[in-house]
Write a protein of this length. Sequence first.
Length: 239
Amino acid sequence: MRVFGSALAALAATILAATSAAASDQPALPGPEITVVHLTAHAERLLPRDRLQATLAVEVTGTSPQQVQAEINKRMDAALARVHQVAAVKPQTGGYSVYEQREANKPVVWHGNQSLNLWSDTPSALLELVGTLQQQGLATSGLGYVLSPEALRKAEDALTTEALTQLRGRADRVAADLGMTVQQLRDVTVGNAQTEGRPPVVMMRMAAAAAPAPPPSAEPGDATVSVSVEATVWLARKS
């Protein structure tokens, strides 16, 4: 069990206890002696993006669809064979398309392409592999960092605990300012962790050079991760 999960469970139990402490003898609707307040709390932090993604493509031009498709298949097979040699990189092939181009007084030209998506939690391995695939003739259309689902889930537990603590604390402060006490927390809504903004992505159309070239470079930057919680708070006069 994760440490954050234990803290979150304890806090959730506290809030549920406060919410239902007198559920059996409390009305479903607030009476005239109850003041209802709607509160929202928000917790966020910056986390380094930890997963690198790249998108490449085999692009072929020829005189017939058969020729174009055969060349795409051959080059993609070679690319995947190279990718499978790098255990730290996960591949996924993408769209495959072949189409013709017609111009007046010119022979018909056929174009085709197939994309290849790669991602890794070991950026150096992926960057080196992208450089190799560029030398094999693949064109790079995207390269950038994202926050992995594992890192997002881990942050979600901690941020949820923080946001719920803020919510309860604010409810107590509002009640004190009004000379009242918190009777119940009702209709508590906890949102999922969200990342703000898009990661920095290097977009390019880069084919292989005739001479060996160094692999591409990429910097991860930080992602803002946030969790929001909402609740309806019932306040009562101090007895």
